[in-house]
Design a protein around this ligand. Structure first.
Ligand code: HEM
Length: 349
């Protein structure tokens, strides 16, 4: 027996209202509105901003940088670990960016402790491997939540904020030691850049292994005191790398480190013991340097979850958190293009 028409109509309207209500609630949940303590990309990105505000038009972290192009020369050894084409012997084009770990696009180079490198390696099968690495050998904290707490504490006016943070996150002390004691160098070309997060490589038979990777410089690192670096001017790193690459291509060996069973794969503040199996899979060669303002790295997002088939994310929670924050930063900075004008010679429509 069918219900009277009016009742059926009310029933359908109620159902539509329930569906819309559920969709709105799901959206609000995803956006973090229903759970004020939830860590969202918006909160993360806002937490990087210095008191004077973000550098509009620039990346919300690692804001100062310079583009390069070059190649990744795979020696074939990585094919044992991953079926990704990037490890088949051959040369693949690279788009990259040398950068400094600061939200201030005008920071003086000698004032920034962490240096970074972003790369995107494209292969003929249409796949892309993106990675953004830094020169410390481990991350300051164990979880994305702890990183957010660190940003909040370091930006706080409360003199007890940092001591309280350090007390609650004992792993942070190790990073302090690195920052104090690791030598500074005068060149991006002399830095070792570490991927730090763990990922899973899948070989041709489907066997999975958890790995991390690093780029080891061919150039011999020459330690230089920070005061001496300050005398070289606010932009010495960009000037030096532009000149150095113009004189000769600069190289880094890519090493893949394989975890042993039982290694801490989810915590980037814990480096694995030095005796872990390490395979040199190829060489990154920087061939041309270009200013970021008009350069090819300006509008790319070096999202660490952009991986070719043959690689995937692991139980390390950072890459997903990074991906969400980088997308937010990318959306903001590309919408602010007018605040970071391209060079005056550009023909405007
Ligand atoms: C949850 C933790 C992290 C957050 C929220 C975060 C946030 C950010 C943001 C917002 C950007 C700017 C992205 C853009 O506009 O394209 C950025 C860039 C960068 N980050 Fe992170 N980051 C995190 C962890 C890491 C880690 C673990 C590493 C190194 C292993 C790293 C290395 C870099 C590098 C090298 C860049 C510059 C990439 C480029 O040149 O475009 N970050 N980060």
């Amino acid at each position: 027996m069918s219900a009277p028409r009016g009742v059926a109509m009310l029933g359908s309207l109620a159902l539509i209202a329930v569906v819309i209500g559920a969709a709105a609630a799901a959206f609000a949940y995803t956006a973090g509105w229903l759970s004020p303590r939830r860590l969202t990309p918006d909160k993360f990105v806002a937490a990087f901003a210095p008191p004077t505000g973000p550098s509009l038009g620039h990346r919300r972290n690692h804001a100062k940088g310079i583009c390069f192009t070059g190649v990744f020369e795979a020696n074939g050894a990585g094919a044992e670990l991953s079926r990704a084409q990037v490890f088949a012997r051959g040369q693949y084009p690279v788009l990259g960016r040398f950068n400094l770990g600061t939200p201030d696009a005008n920071a003086a180079d000698a004032t920034v402790r962490v240096r970074g490198l972003g790369i995107s390696i494209a292969t003929p099968d249409g796949q892309d491997w993106r990675s953004a690495m830094i020169n410390p050998p481990f991350f300051p904290v164990a979880t994305p939540q702890a990183f957010y707490a660190l940003l909040r504490a370091s930006g706080s006016r409360d003199p007890n904020a940092m001591p309280a943070f350090a007390a609650a996150h004992p792993e942070f002390a190790k990073f302090g030691e690195w920052a104090k004691n690791a030598p500074w160098t005068g060149s991006y070309a002399e830095e070792r850049f570490n991927g730090i997060n763990s990922f899973v490589f899948i070989d041709a038979s489907g066997v999975e292994r958890v790995v991390r990777w690093s780029l080891m410089p061919a150039a011999q690192p020459v330690p230089v005191a920070p005061d001496e670096l300050a005398n070289r001017g606010p932009d010495f790193l960009e000037q030096e790398i532009a000149q150095r690459v113009a004189d000769a291509p600069q190289r880094w060996t890519m090493a893949v480190i394989v975890a042993n069973a039982g290694d801490r794969t989810a915590d980037p503040s814990k480096p694995w013991p030095a005796d872990r199996r390490t395979i040199e899979v190829g060489t990154l060669i920087a061939q041309h340097v270009q200013a970021e303002r008009d350069g090819p790295c300006r509008d790319i997002n070096f999202d660490p979850t952009v991986l070719p088939s043959g690689m995937r994310t692991s139980d390390d929670p950072f890459p997903a958190a990074r991906s969400a924050a980088y997308a937010k930063s990318y959306d903001l900075r590309t919408a602010e293009a007018k605040d970071y004008s391209r060079s005056a010679t550009e023909v405007k429509p």
